[in-house]
Design a protein around this ligand. Structure first.
Ligand code: GDP
Length: 140
């Protein structure tokens, strides 16, 4: 498998509890390199654009509200098979179903407040990276 880049967010529930470093340690231990990172505070409208794919889901409004509630840390992670590897390190969407040792098992509060986002495919990774970062900010 080739070296890939994936997009990651440390969500408001995690930044609020000062877990940025603990979560980054999980990425690095898994062989993922943080090649871009910044802390930002989204508006609800910006969160809505990012999660537009979920616009018809019943939790959409709650999700956008949550993502705009506190600062987030947006990141680009690089490594062998980075998209799948990051999904593995993150664990299942619902922390009750996440494997031992995963970020969501260890840190997530609920299916909504689940500490991290990670791209699910090369196309979404490219789109999500481009929404938050310029090429100059990606330092591999
Ligand atoms: P992911 O790729 O594992 O993040 O999961 P999805 O793409 O299915 O959902 C995107 C995000 O929407 C999740 O990470 C949660 O923050 C949120 N979400 C998903 N399902 C629910 C739900 O049933 N209730 C609430 N409140 N939020 C949800």
């Amino acid at each position: 498998m080739a070296v890939q880049r994936t997009f990651s967010i440390i969500k408001p529930d995690a930044t609020k509890r000062n877990l940025t470093g603990a979560i980054n340690a999980k990425f690095e231990a898994a062989g993922l390199r943080i090649v871009a990172q910044k802390r930002i505070h989204l508006t609800k409208a910006q969160a809505g654009v990012f999660y537009a794919v979920h616009a018809e889901r019943p939790f959409y409004d709650e999700l956008c509200e949550f993502m705009a509630s506190e600062p987030i840390v947006v990141q680009v992670l690089e490594g062998e098979d980075a998209i799948a590897k990051n999904r593995e390190v993150m664990g299942a969407t619902n922390p009750a179903e996440a494997d031992e040792g995963t970020i969501r098992k260890e840190f997530a509060l609920s299916i909504g407040e689940n500490s991290v986002h990670g791209s699910d495919a090369p196309e979404t990774a490219a789109e999500e990276i481009a929404y938050f970062f310029s090429g100059l900010e990606l330092v591999g």
